[in-house]
Ligand binder design. Structure first.
Ligand code: SAH
Length: 220
């Protein structure tokens, strides 16, 4: 099955969500390159077989180990907020299924991704290798410490909610770089935050919109 119709519907749902939240996000459309990446990465390849029928629904889905694959709209928005270029080097925390990783890998030159659950890290790396991504490296560790050996990064994206911005991640952001991270406690209000760094490395933080992510588990 090609899922062509479902894929088009998923893009239309993302556009509708973007329009609905434009007052909050300040964007009435996402970059065309991001929408193309959302079209090109096949979400059904990343969800468990039992969830394939729901692959294109614009919501999060369970993927085992108490974790979820994020809502397509949120994946697209977070990617857009990073303002990636073809030569960008990105750090992702929370590889999960590798879906967001693949979307980033379509747009950036290299994606380093960290996942703390070994089974998920291994499955995501295998899946991405099988799909032909040769610009992705997944590492099993506590991502709140970042990946100093490969720092600094043009973009840092955290796909689990932290109580506050981990200092190690801020330190690994390149001057001129951008970080997107959900901040808030589990089961409490969380906000997606955008950190922008200027050429001198001075950072500014802005709140984008309310979100619901699984927690970033630090110190493990
Ligand atoms: N982006 C993923 C969804 C991520 S769900 C996707 O597209 O499928 C959040 C992920 O963050 C989970 O897999 C969870 O195990 C992982 N995680 C939580 N705390 C972490 C930490 N400190 N370091 C690395 N990964 C972490």
């Amino acid at each position: 099955m090609s899922f062509e119709r479902e894929r088009r519907q998923m893009l239309a749902d993302i556009e509708a969500d973007v329009a609905f939240t434009r007052e909050l996000t300040g964007r009435d459309h996402l970059d065309e390159s991001v929408m193309t990446a959302m079209y090109q990465v096949h979400r059904e390849d990343f969800v468990p077989d039992s969830q394939r029928h729901a692959s294109f629904r614009d919501g999060a889905l369970p993927v085992g180990y108490g974790q979820t694959i994020s809502q397509p709209y949120i994946v697209a928005l977070m990617t857009d907020l990073l303002d990636l270029r073809a030569d960008s080097v990105v750090l992702e925390i929370g590889s999960g299924t590798g879906y967001q990783t693949a979307v980033l890998a379509q747009l950036a030159s290299k994606v380093y991704s960290i996942e703390r659950i070994p089974e998920l890290a291994q499955a995501a790396q295998q899946r991405l290798t099988d799909l032909g991504y040769d610009n992705v490296e997944i590492h099993c560790a506590d991502g709140s410490l970042g990946w100093p050996e490969n720092a600094p990064f043009d973009g840092i994206i955290v796909t689990a909610a932290a109580a506050s911005i981990p200092p190690a991640l801020l330190a690994q952001l390149k001057p001129g770089g951008r970080m997107v991270i959900p901040i808030g406690l589990p089961n409490m209000h969380q906000d997606l935050m955008l950190v922008t760094s200027d050429q001198q490395g001075k950072t500014e933080i802005s709140k984008i919109l309310g979100v619901a992510f699984v927690p970033l588990i630090e110190g493990s």
